[in-house]
Design a protein. Structure first.
Length: 150
């Protein structure tokens, strides 16, 4: 994705809309129990971005929970329809993990890495050569950066 690319997305009901500008890191999948619950699916796909790349309209609510790793996590969502839009950790307010499924067109994104594969559904096959961790690497931020850009 080039540095002048702009994508749009939002919640299910349309009360929250956003645009994200600039280069995006590669998407990754997380198979932990928390991500499966929040996505109501087999895994969740995210892209780590600086919060400053996001321009948001609408009222975003925050729910604080514990990630599968045990660390505090803030889930940001629409107060009307409940769509989970992004996550952030309280100690890194400038970084978020945007939920790929909230993009208006997510067709160009596929996971270039997988976390918590020890919890994945048995029918999911991770392609050979794609980085995968039984849980997660010690430095998740560095791992996300190592995946490159879209």
């Amino acid at each position: 994705m080039s540095s002048n690319t702009q994508l749009s997305g939002g919640c299910q009901c349309g009360a929250i809309r956003y645009t994200v500008s600039g280069p995006l890191r590669a998407a990754y999948a997380c198979h932990c129990g928390e991500c499966k619950k929040q996505s109501a699916s087999a895994f969740s796909m995210s892209i780590a971005i600086p919060f400053g790349q996001l321009n948001v309209t609408g009222s975003v609510k925050t729910y604080e929970t514990r990630a599968f790793s045990g660390k505090r996590k803030q889930a940001c969502f629409c107060e009307i329809c409940g769509s989970r839009l992004w996550h952030r950790t309280p100690d890194t307010d400038d970084q978020i993990t945007l939920k790929v499924g909230t993009l208006d067109d997510a067709s160009g994104f596929s996971p270039r890495g997988h976390l918590w594969v020890s919890k994945k559904q048995p029918w999911i096959v991770i392609p050979e050569g794609v980085p995968a961790f039984e849980t997660q690497p010690e430095d998740v931020q560095a791992w996300r950066e190592s995946l490159g850009q879209e």
